[in-house]
Design a protein around this ligand. Structure first.
Ligand code: KIV
Ligand code: ZN
Length: 501
């Protein structure tokens, strides 16, 4: 008989901690519904004590989602647990995820405590959370660097106190796959009562080993994996959901473990999260990258044409990639667009569909084939809030041996402002013109330009990171004109600055 692995998705908590990826509550609900559709077992919806926005998101996601368990993160602190319990009051199934650092680094240099006192705090937190909910998960932060004998004592104590799931995070992404696998094996073999709870993996990707470590944990007895869509997360990210699910599916004969994930919804979920979080998916990303199923070399193309399995270990349609269905053109109607949106995991009402359709027709005038990434971008545009500072007009003159010049008009809260500037290139000239109008000391720290699909008529995406008064703000812009996309990205970041008195 096969075993079942529970998928715990933390895109909306650990994933959302990435600078520049923050979502508003409406967007989080949209992602949560997509995760539910995908079939995840648990949605970690936020860290309610950390901000009123996080609290509200957990409340609203609890109302919007019907069957997955909704989880709220806390420290091993009573106030955190009180607030988490309050945020979960509408959840059909609620879980509190509490915990504390267990490595020597955390015990001595972060918490300034000692190992026995940490066990006492861990037990007290679990017991306190149990007063509110039956389902309590405990995390032993930095378990990856925690000595196994001591970790076993912590795990045994929290299970005795009532923890239903014990999370063994490799917080710093440091362990090797065999070390992580051995750690889970050690706990399975040395913790009294270990079968009264589920052991969970939560691996970070600092050394590119998150997926390998998670699989090693599963092969040694962990039955919950904490993952994010596209592997997003702090620093190098978390274990990616799509990789774990497709490893278990593709290597089922060896691993004999199932998940409840509908794999055909993976591609849509990936595109939705990438769009709403403004986080590009690297082209060679396993499973969901643009090139994941592209065979460019002649030998491979020939082999695939003879028999797909010569070079493909997965069928792209299994993850929801269906090349023949991807193209839409200016002749496609509203129904075709809506159907495509549904396949991509977007639920839109009539008003939003009208707006997206209008933008779609405008884009189809400029670009021959509209692909899934383009559509996801249009949905992102329709979801974004009205901006205070808008680009009204932009004209640039540039070319070989010409001094680049830009003329710009901004609409700031309904008032129009014009400026003209030169620069060392057209983007530089346009940004300088914007700066003449906004009069604020903003420095561009990062400027990433990406073409989305293919062809010179493609949409260019620009991600920008700016610094203002020691704070970082992120902006995103997309347009078939790369200068316009750059100015839009700059304005997106500027719109997030505190409004000057
Ligand atoms: O990486 C980590 O240790 C975490 C815990 C808070 C679960 O995210
Ligand atoms: Zn984490």
């Amino acid at each position: 008989m096969s075993d079942r692995l529970y998928i715990f998705d933390t895109t909306l908590r650990d994933g959302e901690q990435v600078p520049g990826c923050q979502l508003n509550t409406v967007e989080k609900i949209e992602v949560a519904k997509t995760l539910q559709d995908l079939g995840v077992d648990v949605i970690e919806a936020g860290f309610p004590i950390s901000s009123p926005g996080d609290f509200e998101s957990v409340v609203e996601i609890s109302k919007a989602v019907t069957w997955p368990t909704i989880c709220a993160l806390t420290r091993a602190v009573e106030k955190d647990i009180d607030v988490a319990a309050e945020s979960l009051k509408y959840a059909k199934k609620g879980r509190i995820h509490t915990g504390i650092g267990t490595s020597d680094f955390h015990i001595f240099h972060k918490l300034h405590s000692n190992p026995d006192a940490i066990i006492e705090r861990a037990v007290a937190a679990v017991k306190y959370a149990k007063k509110y909910v039956e389902d309590v998960e405990f995390y032993a932060e930095d378990a990856g660097r925690t000595e196994n004998e001591y970790l076993a004592k912590v795990v045994e104590a929290v299970i005795k106190a009532g923890a239903t799931v014990v999370n063994i995070p490799d917080t710093t992404g440091y362990t090797l796959p065999n070390e992580f696998g051995d750690k889970i094996k050690f706990l399975m073999e040395n913790v009294n009562g270990v079968h009264n709870a589920i052991l969970s993996t939560h691996c970070h990707n600092d050394l590119g080993m998150a997926t390998a470590n998670t699989i090693a944990g599963i092969m040694n007895g962990a039955r919950q994996a904490e993952v994010t869509i596209n592997g997003i997360g702090e620093r190098a990210g978390n274990t990616s959901l799509e990789e774990i699910v497709m490893i278990l599916k593709s290597r089922y004969a060896v691993l004999n473990i199932d998940t409840g994930i509908n794999t055909k919804k993976i591609y849509g979920a990936s595109r939705m999260v990438s769009t709403l979080m403004n986080m590009p998916v690297q082209p060679n990303k396993a499973i969901v990258g643009r090139n994941a199923f592209a065979h460019s070399s002649g030998i491979h193309q020939d082999g695939v044409l003879k028999n797909r399995e010569n070079y493909e270990i997965m069928d792209p349609t299994d993850v929801g990639i269906n090349e023949s269905g991807i193209l839409l053109t200016a002749r496609s109607g509203r129904a075709a667009l809506q159907h495509r949106l549904e396949l991509l995991g977007f639920e839109v009402d009539k008003e939003k569909l009208d707006k997206i359709y209008e933008d779609f027709i405008n884009l189809a005038d400029k670009k021959k084939d509209i692909r899934d990434d383009d559509i996801a971008l249009l949905v992102g545009d329709a979801t974004r809030k009205e901006r205070r500072i808008k680009l009204n007009y932009l004209q640039v003159v540039s070319g070989k041996d010409l001094k680049p010049m830009a003329t710009i008009r901004l609409d700031i809260s309904g008032e129009k402002f014009d400026a003209t500037s030169s620069g060392n290139g057209p983007v530089d000239a346009a940004i300088k013109a914007v700066k003449q109008i906004i009069h604020r000391q903003v420095i561009i720290e990062e400027f990433l330009v990406q073409a989305i699909t293919r062809g010179s008529d493609d949409i260019g995406k620009v991600h920008m990171q700016v610094v203002y008064e020691d704070n970082i703000f992120h902006g995103f812009g997309a347009h078939t004109d790369i200068i316009t996309a750059s100015v839009e990205a700059f304005l997106d970041a500027i719109n997030k600055l505190p409004v000057a008195e």
